[in-house]
Design a protein around this ligand. Structure first.
Ligand SMILES: C[S@@+](CC[C@H](N)C(=O)[O-])C[C@H]1O[C@@H](n2cnc3c(N)ncnc32)[C@H](O)[C@@H]1O
Length: 372
């Protein structure tokens, strides 16, 4: 079962135990009350949608759709749903560290209400991410557009609050392009979908890829992630893989059991593969010459700009030569373009393992080898 981590509060209070690696049973608002103030780094919440489905849903051929008709999704009115939302969001806010952050996923049924309430109680919206489902369920009755996305709200603790964002890791994940706010990810299906006796264990099991991106983008190794609506434990399984600590709340015993089985069989990635690209701000300064010295780039290698207008040869001391111009990667780039300045790391490219890459990609690889 779970391990207890000791966390120290800001005041001189005795140390308080944080139940990491545990699924707390019962109502999540009560369960969160047992957690200390300012103790978790991230809350990821997939709350009830309040779908208000009036009975079972069938396909045109009469077969049954495993949709969300469970009791946990029923609320008497919008007002009741709003009260519930305000209460769990208030607890989430209390347990978050001042530089922590909140993610909430939802659909058009609930996300606008949740978004307004979280702003009302002091959270600050950073992005709304559209999770575009590459394989959505059709609109069986043909009465509306196919509902092919869900929305994730990402919020910090306040307008001026700090928060974690692993910009470079996201850019790397996206083939060196800035990660956008529309994510195309398939819904959970195939071997990943938990089934019992041929039926889905849970109607709204989220894809691990979604949580992978959320956790990789906004947490660091060892951070504590709380999921108040744990369901089948998607957050816990991905957190374990990525070396993050997790706490779940789930009131349904069958879901808790399914989550346990799943998390126990999730394998953590080994230490070296958990290392991700660092932002330039945090990365140690690297001289181009260190890459030449370390054998990452051989003297004589030809560099060129993206449009191949200019080229230069790497010399043994890490300087470049292009015609009569000689100097650093930045200096030669600046003179050739007749520009006031040049960032040689992004300006110069080379052929590497069959692809054209900016020098910066090699610098990142080099950084991975020198991290402790
Ligand atoms: C939308 S599902 C979450 C699914 C989960 N993200 C997954 O991937 O499996 C919401 C879950 O919250 C649970 N739940 C609803 N209200 C709750 C409450 N007040 N306290 C604890 N759990 C609750 C439900 O039983 C359900 O499993």
């Amino acid at each position: 079962m779970g391990v207890l981590t000791k966390i120290r509060e800001v005041t001189a209070e005795p140390e308080v135990s944080l139940p990491v690696g545990q699924i707390l049973s019962g109502d999540c608002i009560e369960a969160m009350r047992s957690l200390p103030d300012a103790s978790v780094d991230l809350v990821f919440a997939d709350p009830p949608y309040n779908l208000q489905l009036g009975g079972d849903l069938n396909r045109p051929d009469g077969s049954h759709v495993d949709a969300v008709t469970d009791d946990w999704d029923r609320f008497d009115s919008f007002a009741a749903y709003d009260r519930f939302t305000r209460d769990w969001l208030a607890e989430a806010r209390r347990v978050l560290k001042p530089d922590g952050a909140l993610w909430v996923i939802g659909s058009y049924h609930n996300i606008y209400r949740v978004g307004a309430i979280l702003q009302d109680i002091g959270f600050w919206l950073l992005n709304d991410i559209v999770w575009r489902k590459s394989n959505p369920m059709p609109n069986f009755r043909g009465t509306r557009f196919t509902n092919a996305h869900e929305t994730l709200l990402w919020a910090s603790m306040g307008e001026k609050a700090r928060y974690q964002f692993n910009y470079t890791a996201m850019k790397t994940l996206n083939d060196e392009l800035q990660m956008r706010s529309d994510w195309v990810i398939p819904i959970c299906s195939g071997g990943e979908r938990l089934k019992r006796d041929g039926h889905k264990v849970h109607p709204t099991q989220k894809p691990e890829a979604l949580l992978y991106r959320v956790l990789l983008a906004t947490t660091e190794k060892g951070d504590v992630v709380l999921d108040p609506f744990f369901g089948t434990g998607t957050t816990g399984a991905v957190a374990k893989r990525l070396g993050r600590q997790w706490i779940g709340c789930e009131r349904d015993a069958a879901y808790r059991e399914a989550a346990w089985d799943r998390i126990e069989s999730a394998l953590p990635l080994d230490e070296s593969s958990l290392t991700t690209m660092q932002s330039r701000k945090n990365a140690p300064r690297v001289a181009f010459g260190s890459l030449v010295e370390a054998g990452f780039i051989a003297p004589g290698t030809e560099l060129f700009d993206k449009k191949r207008r200019f080229s230069a040869k790497v010399r043994a001391d890490g300087s470049l030569e292009s015609g009569v111009e000689k100097g650093s990667i930045h200096g030669v780039g600046k003179v050739l373009q007749n520009a006031p300045s040049c960032n040689g790391w992004t300006f110069w490219h080379l052929e590497h393992e069959g692809a054209v890459k900016p020098l910066d990609a090699l610098r990142q690889l080099y950084l991975l080898t020198i991290e402790d």
